[in-house]
Design a protein around this ligand. Structure first.
Ligand SMILES: Nc1ncnc2c1ncn2[C@@H]1O[C@H](COP(=O)(O)OP(=O)(O)OP(=O)(O)O)[C@@H](O)[C@H]1O
Ligand SMILES: [Mg+2]
Length: 414
């Protein structure tokens, strides 16, 4: 039985990888921090690990120590592959697999998949279409660099290393830049592992147009893009994803443009064996700009949407790639699926969620905060109280049913 290290199962892709490994008859060793396991893992995830996997604790805030411990563990256990299910740990996994001679990504470029400052530099050096970006340590430096680069508002301000749209602001005036900068620089450790983060703040050209995501599968250096899918994000100063629809309804030329850019980006950032999740904008003139790429599975239950819509299980593909196997990417269904997040009108205590309705397209609905639980004001991804998954023959049907659900649903907060 092949053995896989699953490095940090927290977040919604860990469970998909555990399920895929069980189906593939792969033995899993989950690596996390004991406090993270005890305080952050859901009861379902803990039960799944207790039933199917081995559990090992480490301290990711000491990356060199964790690397030594995991390399030793992998040798003793005779591990055949390693995957990261937590984006912050993708550079560590690239170094680990390289040290062990296992399939993986280029460790010398792995930080460029995680740190947006280094990513922007790699995109510029490799001619990858991306927003013009400067990186500053202080507000004074930010104003000076913005002026020298000729960047004009709106601009996007974000931490070099965060996720979940945390600390990302769209800034409309020079005066707002200072506040956005302070917000972006206010958390210099990743939670909950305490990994130290790059203190640079990046300031980017604002890219208009429509946003999509593309998954790219790289097997032994050969990159294959999957179909683009919609990424729906709120407007305004703070952006948060409110849903995805798989696949997007797009003309062939646009599909090709997005796929070519995703493949070029994966190659530029050293994805040599694994999956890449790329977020891109398509402009009215038919060109694209890459917003970011992660050397990981997509979040937000997109793995389930792809499986439902097309019969493609990216978690299974990820496990197969990590073990040096060549996965099949052939779709076995030709339908569409979507997810929409439910958010409260304001912060407070959740009283109820009602009105999701009984449309045949609603495949699943779930509250992630129970009535009586605290909810945050709408803004970033942490304010979600639940989600609805929809499934239908076409993306247009999914989007129409989703729009109806979002109109009808009432989230009551005290
Ligand atoms: N340069 C840009 N131009 C236009 N919109 C942008 C730009 N950068 C970011 N955004 C918007 O803000 C969102 C969040 O930004 P980004 O993906 O860089 O942050 P993140 O923390 O990695 O977020 P997430 O994990 O939610 O994807 C993007 O999906 C996009 O909608
Ligand atoms: Mg993003």
């Amino acid at each position: 039985m092949p053995k896989l290290l699953l490095i940090e199962a927290m977040g919604n892709t860990g469970e998909y990888v555990l399920d895929a490994a069980r189906e593939l008859n792969v033995e899993v060793i989950v690596v996390t921090h004991q406090d993270v396991h005890d305080e952050w893992y859901s009861e379902t995830l803990k039960a799944k690990i207790a039933a199917d996997a081995k559990l090992v604790f480490t301290d990711f805030s000491d990356s060199e120590g964790a690397l030594r411990q995991l390399a030793e563990l992998a040798r003793v256990e005779g591990v055949n592959g390693a995957v990261a299910c937590w984006e912050f740990l993708t550079p560590l996994v690239a170094r680990l697999t390289a040290d062990l001679g296992l399939p993986g990504n280029d460790p010398t470029r792995a930080l460029s998949c995680r740190n947006k400052r280094i990513m922007a530099r790699a995109f510029a050096e490799n001619g990858i279409p991306a927003p013009m970006t400067v990186a500053a340590r202080t507000i004074e430096e930010a104003y000076a660099l913005v002026r020298t680069a000729g960047l004009t508002c709106p601009v996007v301000v974000k931490p070099s290393e965060q996720s979940g749209s945390w600390g990302v602001s769209v800034v409309e005036s020079d005066e707002e830049l200072a506040t956005a900068f302070t917000t972006a620089q206010s958390h210099l450790f990743q939670m909950p592992h305490g990994i130290p983060l790059d203190p640079h703040v990046i300031i980017q050209e604002y890219i208009g147009g429509v946003e999509f995501s593309v998954e790219t599968v790289v097997a032994g250096g050969v990159a294959t893009p999957l179909f683009p899918y919609d990424k729906f994000t709120t407007g305004g100063a703070i952006r948060a994803e409110f849903g995805h629809t798989v696949p997007a309804e797009l003309d062939e030329a646009s599909v090709r443009t997005l796929q070519q850019a995703a493949v070029a980006a994966a190659e530029a950032l050293g994805i040599t064996n694994g999956v890449a999740h790329t977020e891109l904008k398509l402009l009215p003139d038919g060109t694209t700009r890459i917003i970011e790429l992660g050397a990981r599975l997509p979040g937000d239950h997109v793995v389930a949407l792809m499986r439902q819509a097309r019969g493609i299980d990216e978690a299974k593909i990820y496990v197969q790639l990590a073990l040096g196997l060549v996965p099949s990417l052939a779709p076995t269904a030709d339908t569409a699926a979507g997810i929409r997040f439910l958010t409260p009108p304001r912060g407070g205590v959740l009283r109820s969620v009602s009105g999701i309705g009984t449309s045949a397209a609603v495949a699943q609905s779930r509250l992630t905060v129970q009535p009586g639980g605290q909810v945050r004001p709408p803004g970033d991804n942490d304010s979600r109280v639940g989600y609805v998954i929809l499934h239908a023959d076409t993306a247009a049907e999914v989007n129409a049913a989703a729009a109806q659900v979002l109109t009808d649903v009432t989230v009551e907060v005290d």
